[in-house]
Design a protein around this ligand. Structure first.
Ligand code: GLN
Length: 498
């Protein structure tokens, strides 16, 4: 049996111990619940700890195992971003406007995890309606980075990333509209994947920008990500954008081989202002892939410079339409003075229920879609989006997978960018093109800076070729040990790797 504490395990290690009968799902659930109780005051990754549900899920998983059932996630503790509808469990999306909302059904990804026997430990914190890059836009307070609690966890799925990093679960789900899985994975030193648009159902996932949103997993290793993705991927007729394509055996694709693969390095992704330690670590990771037998080719993605502007037209436009449904009538909060008419009720509810960033996005989006501005802004953004997508198609004629940094810097300080929305938006400069093009991309740790903060490598693959990025990431992890580092007990020492 491993000498490590179970909360430091990977899914693969936990599964081995479960299969050997050395531990039970119930033991694991208790260990992770205890860990959550001890780190939550410092980290605040979770909005809700589902203790009773975790214990009953764990007993059910143990009973299924006793009957001979096996499976990659049977008895594995997981956390869900609080954007996934969970039957009987409050779902806030980080917003006051959904306070008190308890969905009557589970999201498709949640159903699939339950069928696989995963154990739900909690619902995780996020930027309100997934709008943000730091989880500081949550109406319920920010999440701290487990590596240094004075810094952000990244966003918008910051709670899901921090929960894995801090050992509160072995895997979690997030959503990624412009980088919300990859950025927090990078800042928190864990792995995260945004699958191809259409690969995982969004049924029961609260919509932000529907042409960009995608569900994906966080875990400590790429091999673990492959296990979770294999469970949540697949066609769902309840999501009209879900693609009826067969799901490959992702775990089986991890053969450790990169020899003969062409890895493209886009020259536009080493942007001015990038932290030198980030660039150095990513370039070193690329050299490591070369030493493992991959061919490195330089490629161009010339329209990258338009990506942030394009995204901040498309995403707010879609958000302004998606968020129209929060009117005080159907869900959550309702505010109205005694003599209020219908319009007053809408106005008062939305004024009290939405935070400043969400209001900013609704204003931007409504403006971009209004008569006279539609052609100048929204239509132009759609044209730029096509150019960005074409860039990738051309690059993938020359290579199999792209390797880039996830973000220009490591995790920044709490409060450092909250007064400067544009600086915050620029955190996503290297992730949002992937969403505009609908591609799959993976983030994994590839080094640490001098202060002991994690640095992330991004691997981007052609549409529906998740296994190509997973194979490269897994081969990298077989040859390196960045993913084996764990943060110091959060709340104790500041920064530094153990
Ligand atoms: N930071 C980006 C935004 O605020 C991306 C968020 C996301 O991927 N959900 O829109």
């Amino acid at each position: 049996m491993s000498t490590k504490n179970p909360t430091d395990w990977t899914i693969a290690e936990a599964r081995k111990s479960l299969e050997a009968g050395e531990t039970s799902a119930l033991d694991l659930a208790r260990a992770f619940l205890d860990r959550a109780a001890s780190v939550e005051p410092a980290v605040h990754a979770l909005l809700e700890r589902t203790t009773d549900r975790a214990l009953s899920d764990a007993r059910a998983a143990d009973a299924r195992r006793a009957k001979g059932e096996r499976g990659p996630l049977l008895g594995i503790p997981v956390v869900l971003k609080d954007i996934f509808a969970t039957r009987g469990i409050p779902t806030t999306c980080g917003s006051r406007i959904l306070e008190g909302f308890v969905p009557p059904y589970d999201a498709d990804a949640v159903e699939r995890l339950s069928r696989a026997g995963a154990v739900l430990v909690g619902k995780s914190n996020l930027d309100e309606f997934a709008m943000g890059s730091s989880t500081e836009n949550s109406a319920f307070g920010p999440t701290a980075n487990p590596w240094d609690t004075g810094r952000v966890a990244g966003g918008s799925s910051g709670g899901s990333a921090a929960a894995v990093a801090a050992g509160e679960c072995l895997a979690s789900l997030g959503t990624d509209t412009g980088g919300s899985i990859r950025l927090p994975a990078s800042y928190c030193g864990v792995c995260g994947m945004k699958p191809t648009y259409g690969r995982v159902s969004r049924y029961g996932v609260i919509a932000y920008a529907s042409s960009l949103d995608q569900v994906g997993p966080f875990a400590r290793t790429v091999a673990d990500l492959a296990d979770v993705l294999g469970v949540i991927a697949g066609h769902d007729p309840r999501d009209s954008t879900s693609v009826p394509a067969p799901v490959p055996d992702y775990a089986a694709a991890l053969d450790g081989r990169v020899a003969g693969l062409r890895i493209g390095v886009p020259r536009e992704y080493f942007v001015p202002g990038m932290a030198p330690e980030v660039e150095a670590a990513v370039r070193e990771a690329i050299e490591r892939l070369r030493s493992l037998g991959a061919t490195i080719v330089e490629v161009g993605l010339p329209h990258t410079k338009y990506a942030v502007a394009t995204y901040y037209l498309v995403a707010p436009a879609e958000a302004s339409s998606n968020l129209a449904r929060y009117d005080g009538v159907r869900f959550g909060l309702r505010k109205a003075a005694a003599d209020a008419n219908l319009l007053d009720m809408y106005r008062e509810t939305r004024d009290a229920g939405f935070g400043a960033e969400v209001k900013r996005r609704i204003l931007l989006g409504t403006y971009a879609l209004s008569a006279g501005y539609y052609d100048a802004f929204y239509l132009k953004a759609q044209k730029a989006r096509t150019l960005i997508r074409d860039d990738f198609a051309k690059a993938f004629a020359e290579c199999d997978v792209l390797a880039t940094p996830v973000a220009p810097t490591v995790a920044f300080g709490l409060g450092e960018k909250t007064e400067d929305p544009l600086a915050m938006y620029l955190s996503d400069v290297l992730t949002i093109s992937v969403n505009l093009a609908g591609l799959p991309a993976l983030a994994l740790p590839c080094g640490f800076d001098g202060a002991g903060l994690p640095i992330g490598l991004q691997l981007i693959a052609p549409a529906f070729r998740e296994e190509a990025a997973l194979r490269v990431g897994d081969a990298f992890q077989r040859a390196t040990d960045w993913h084996e580092r764990r943060p110091p007990a959060p709340g104790a020492a500041k920064g530094g790797a153990r």
